[in-house]
Design a protein around this ligand. Structure first.
Ligand code: UDX
Length: 446
């Protein structure tokens, strides 16, 4: 099939590349001339495992191309995907400016029947607006489809080629049949529904996952006070198939381009129809507070932070990505600087993106290696669970720090790993190191 993907952000670029990989003729369109020129040369604007290789391969095979010429690409395609951003407005609502502009551009370019598919995350009812825009501007027949995207950053290629499910929302049998055909090589779990339900499925899924994270983080906070270990609690809960074990990893909360934006947008969508989404409001509040756990733990172990040196490991909102949008590290480092601490920060790949958020770059010492960030520090805070940090030699780390205070915001280390060190170790929702063994009491009484 001949496909156009408009917007070469995470969703558009990864989806376009993956659909070329399964044999379609794909053109990726963006109005950013420099970005398109770089992509033509094989320079990928985002870090995503496996993406570069697939771009090279499919460009070579002639199945994938990049252009700024939206009109020509739309005219040559059967299916056109809208994959532009829907950033948050100050109210929390999604900004639909780019989506609506692209709908107009598609309408003006059309030369015959097209299937117009929205992959951008858009509030319920947006596809009806898109339909109206196109029908007002184009005499040609078309069908509208909502196919929300569920890929995760850091595993976007894998998620797109092997999705858990594909949701196709449309009122057209013809469009549904084409979309099922297109997605069949990826999965058998294809659900066809109406447009508004498809739009809602995306928001409801992200809101539910965010709820799981905030739930386990609150359980973690209680575990700390009652002496239970949240990793054991999550494991025990996860054996129940009705609960499931994923997204129960306690830590310093979620960040990224989706959960924060989509939870706010759903609260707003509900508010627009006079419904107060109380549960989701609390999920957001819990998440906003959770990152400041790190600061409380630092205050607990070091007291006043004025003049103290704090090393930071991890700036990206999660591992395997250089994306720092809504990363907990942003709030944490800003607070440390406000409290007068000296900050030494390291991330395997996200430092260049992160530095842009600091007007005076000299405020933070940007380090080239993990050990450099730890050297002579009064405390070290692990904020992103990169595998590099999991494999570090903890004895060596212990030796280079001024004070052996290790605050593990992602529960990366085990009791065994820490046993030969003198670390004062804090994690999230796990008792302090000396009380980690479940056999502590029985051994003591023997
Ligand atoms: C998410 C959804 O998973 C994806 O389906 C949607 O398309 C986009 O939003 P993404 O933001 O890329 O994907 O990352 P994800 O792996 O879901 O993690 C989001 C955040 O939650 C990260 O900050 C991560 O550290 C945090 N998280 C995740 C936890 O704190 N605990 C967990 O158990 C899982």
């Amino acid at each position: 099939m001949k496909l156009t993907f408009i917007g070469t952000g995470y969703v558009g670029l990864v989806s376009g590349v993956c659909f070329s990989e399964i044999g379609n003729q794909v053109t990726c369109v963006d109005k950013d001339f420099d970005k398109i020129e770089k992509l033509k040369k094989g320079e990928v604007p985002i870090y995503e495992p496996g993406l570069q290789e697939l771009i090279f391969k499919n460009t070579e095979l002639g199945r994938l191309s990049f252009t700024t010429n939206l009109t020509r690409s739309v005219q040559e395609s059967d299916v056109v995907f809208i994959c532009v951003g829907t950033p948050s407005l100050p109210s929390g609502e999604a900004n639909l400016e780019y989506v609506e502009q692209v709908a107009q551009d598609i309408a003006l370019a059309m030369n015959g029947y097209k299937i117009v598919v929205t992959k951008s995350t858009v509030p319920v009812g947006t596809n009806d607006k898109i339909k109206k825009i196109i029908s007002q501007l184009s005499p040609h027949p078309f069908d509208i489809v909502s196919t929300p995207e569920f890929l995760r950053e850091g595993s976007a290629v894998k998620d797109t080629l092997h999705p858990d499910r594909v949701i196709i929302g449309t009122a057209s049998e013809r469009a549904a049949a084409t979309m099922v055909e297109l997605h069949k090589p990826l999965t058998e779990e294809i659900m066809v529904t109406e447009v508004r339900s498809a739009e809602m499925i995306k928001y409801a899924s992200n809101a539910f996952l965010a709820t799981k994270i905030s739930f386990i983080n609150e359980i973690a906070n209680i575990c700390e006070k009652v002496g239970a270990d949240v990793t054991h609690v999550a494991q025990g809960m996860g054996y129940d198939k009705r609960i499931g074990s994923s997204f129960l990893q306690a830590g310093i909360g979620y960040g990224g381009s989706c959960f924060p934006k989509d939870t706010h947008a759903l609260i707003q969508i509900a508010g627009n129809v006079d419904y107060e989404f109380k549960l989701l409001k609390s999920v957001v509040e819990v998440n906003n507070d959770q990152r400041f756990n790190i600061i409380s733990k630092l205050n607990h172990s070091l007291g006043n932070l004025q003049g103290k040196t704090v090393g930071i490991w991890g700036l990206a909102f999660k591992p395997n990505t250089d994306d720092v949008r809504e990363a907990p590290a942003l709030d944490i480092i800003k607070t440390l600087l406000q409290e007068g601490a000296v900050v030494k920060a390291y991330d395997p790949i996200a430092t260049p993106n992160f530095r842009r958020f600091f007007r005076d770059e000299s405020d933070v010492e940007w380090c080239e290696t993990a050990m450099e960030a730890a050297e002579s520090s009064d405390a070290l805070c692990l904020l992103t669970d990169w595998s590099e940090f999991k494999e570090v030699d903890l004895k060596e780390l212990n030796g280079v720090m001024k004070q052996p205070v290790l605050i593990d915001g992602r529960n990366v280390y085990s009791r065994e790993q820490l046993s030969d060190t003198t670390f004062q170790y804090y994690s999230i929702g796990r008792p302090e190191l000396e009380s980690l063994s479940p056999f502590r009491n029985s051994v003591a009484s023997d």
